[in-house]
Design a protein around this ligand. Structure first.
Ligand SMILES: NC(=O)C1=CN([C@@H]2O[C@H](COP(=O)(O)OP(=O)(O)OC[C@H]3O[C@@H](n4cnc5c(N)ncnc54)[C@H](OP(=O)(O)O)[C@@H]3O)[C@@H](O)[C@H]2O)[C@@H](O)CC1
Ligand SMILES: Nc1ncnc2c1ncn2[C@@H]1O[C@H](COP(=O)(O)OP(=O)(O)O)[C@@H](O)[C@H]1O
Ligand SMILES: [K+]
Length: 506
């Protein structure tokens, strides 16, 4: 486990910090160490001699900011301090006194502030639990209107550390230097517009303290490159053969939504799965064959509306012949019988898109409780709402945990920060993605890719949620790479499939 993988709440961070202090580390020494690391990063980014405004709060976040102010002052920057509070914590108060004594100008009134080129935000860190008061709220709004780059210490002041909720108003940072361990709120979607570029400042928290507070392994994790690559089916065994590398059945598409089937198939192709079968309505078989010549296309009888009416598997094939089934993209609501049939099978199953809406109609919890084999649900928020009308998804981490516990399925909630949970509450969050993926069809690509990875992992010990997390990571990395080369406007779902291989080759 690496520290990049760990996610904490404010209470957990306080417990970890408490253990470090109880073990003998002086509070002031830790503040000194952390703030020196922050000022080193700032000096690497801000050109020498620039004018830097430092915003100081009443707690230890303000203390960090004051140490940063002192360091930048001695390194030749033109520093001023804004500190509008009447009462400071003791250590913060000492640093404030010292900063004044060395000649750094300190202001209490917003109107008096001179201009500057950069701002460092040390108003509040993980100690902020209640709404920001009038004076501070208007100061924050004022700073957000300046054009200077803002660097937030630990998290943008005004965000709730756990939920990422804006407590009335919050600093809109360009950079966030998260201290020690990633705070949960920085991975919540409502916080994303405030964080800017986030990086972790590692200040050597002992692993033993992390495990003592969070458990070993911790329950809530960030997906990292290391965790994702560990789960990819690479290198392949030199003696594998096609039937040993998984047989995935995709059930997707309709006359109206033929493209969804192609995109799902192309996602699956990129996974490296040994055998790929795709069940589609008979009228779109030729189209699928022309796009995916390596796949076995199973043509099924179709309804008047062009949806699959029932599954017609060739020869001696049964649903149990497949390692994994992925079902949903482009099916339309008319494909209910086939969705019922696969849910009743004992094959590991991914349910996506139209199949999720059909599942909601069938009754999410009662239907899934009957399943014996593994199930993965991949809703976006709209689908999630239909599946789980009683679950509040503002805290997405808690939402996926609840949904997974209620159904026994692995639940992946799509979005800018996709969250995945297993029924025991083990959570993975995908910390990096791109809004370039917010386009029709990109979810279909994910379903195919995930199906192919799950089929290849079938006989391994890897937990299913780890494979699901790897698929989400890979999909986002492809989007990020494509957006870098083609801009955020250039990542249509077909193009995305072309970047899947490049993303892991890098
Ligand atoms: N963990 C670590 O290992 C390390 C932690 N470090 C740093 O410590 C930070 C946490 O410090 P912290 O606990 O002192 O809290 P912080 O975020 O500064 O703010 C709380 C203060 O604000 C006040 N206050 C609250 N709400 C308010 C409101 N609405 N309006 C006005 N005031 C309000 C509240 O006062 P009170 O509630 O008593 O009124 C309290 O004084 C952390 O983010 C990191 O930067 C590093 O130095 C070393 C390593
Ligand atoms: N703002 C965003 N930032 C990052 N990723 C996003 C964003 N919006 C959507 N995505 C991703 O794009 C995909 C969209 O999937 P989905 O909504 O199912 O689309 P479709 O059904 O059209 O294929 C998901 O993987 C989701 O996580
Ligand atoms: K802050």
């Amino acid at each position: 486990m690496t520290k990049e993988q760990v996610i904490v709440t404010a209470a957990q961070m306080r417990d970890i910090e408490g253990r470090i202090f109880a073990a003998g580390m002086p509070v002031a020494a830790l503040m000194e160490k952390v703030a020196r690391l922050i000022s080193d990063r700032l000096q690497a980014i801000i050109p020498q001699g620039q004018r830097v405004g430092i915003l100081v709060g009443p707690g230890h976040n303000g203390g960090d900011a004051l140490v940063v102010a002192r360091e930048l002052h001695f390194r030749g920057y033109q520093v001023w301090i804004y500190q509008p509070f009447s009462k400071l914590k003791e250590l913060t108060s000492q640093h404030f006194q010292y900063a004044q004594s060395i000649g750094i100008t300190c202001y209490q009134e917003l109107e008096e502030l001179p201009n500057c080129n950069f701002l460092v935000d040390g108003l509040f860190g993980f100690g902020l639990e209640r709404e920001i008061t009038d004076t501070i709220a208007s100061a924050i709004n004022h700073f957000n209107e300046w054009n200077q780059q803002i660097f937030s210490i630990d998290l943008p002041s005004g965000l709730h550390t756990d939920t990422g909720e804006v407590l009335r108003t919050a600093i809109r940072a360009n950079y966030t230097f998260c201290l020690g361990l990633w705070k949960q709120g920085l991975l919540q979607e409502q916080a994303l517009e405030y964080i800017g570029k986030a990086e972790l400042i590692d200040f050597d928290i002992p692993l033993a303290d992390i495990h003592a507070v969070l458990g070993n392994p911790p329950k809530i994790n960030r997906i990292t490159k290391t965790t994702a690559l560990a789960t990819l089916p690479l290198p392949r065994s030199p003696v594998t053969h096609k039937y040993k590398s998984g047989h995935l059945l995709l059930i997707c598409g309709s006359r109206r939504y033929a493209g969804g089937a192609i995109l799902t198939g192309l996602g699956a192709r990129a996974s490296g799965v040994g055998m790929l079968s795709i069940a589609v309505p008979e009228s779109i078989k030729p189209l699928l064959v022309s796009h995916l010549p390596e796949a076995l296309i199973i043509d099924c009888p179709e309804t008047e509306t062009g949806a699959i009416s029932h599954l017609q598997l060739p020869g001696k094939t049964h649903l149990s012949s497949f390692t994994v089934i992925a079902c949903g993209p482009g099916l339309t609501q008319d494909a209910m019988p086939i969705v019922q049939q696969v849910i009743e099978s004992e094959v590991p199953l991914i349910i996506d898109a139209d199949a999720l809406n059909i599942l909601a109609q069938l009754g999410t919890i009662s239907t899934l409780q009957k399943r014996q084999a593994a199930t993965v649900l991949t809703p976006h928020t709209g689908e999630f709402e239909r599946l789980f009308p009683d679950i509040d998804y503002t805290n997405r981490i808690r939402a996926v945990q609840t949904a997974s516990a209620q159904t026994g399925a692995i639940v992946l909630l799509k979005g800018a920060r996709t969250a995945i949970s297993n029924p025991e509450g083990v959570v993975w969050i995908n910390p990096e993605s791109t809004p370039a993926l917010a386009r029709g069809g990109s979810g279909d690509v994910l379903t195919g890719l995930m199906g192919g990875l799950l089929a290849q992992a079938a006989n391994k010990q890897t937990p299913i949620e780890d494979v699901v997390a790897t698929a989400a990571w890979w999909h986002s990395q492809a989007g990020i790479l494509a957006a870098e080369e083609r801009t955020e406007l250039g990542v249509d779902a077909f193009t995305l499939t072309q970047y899947l291989m490049k993303a892991i080759k890098n």
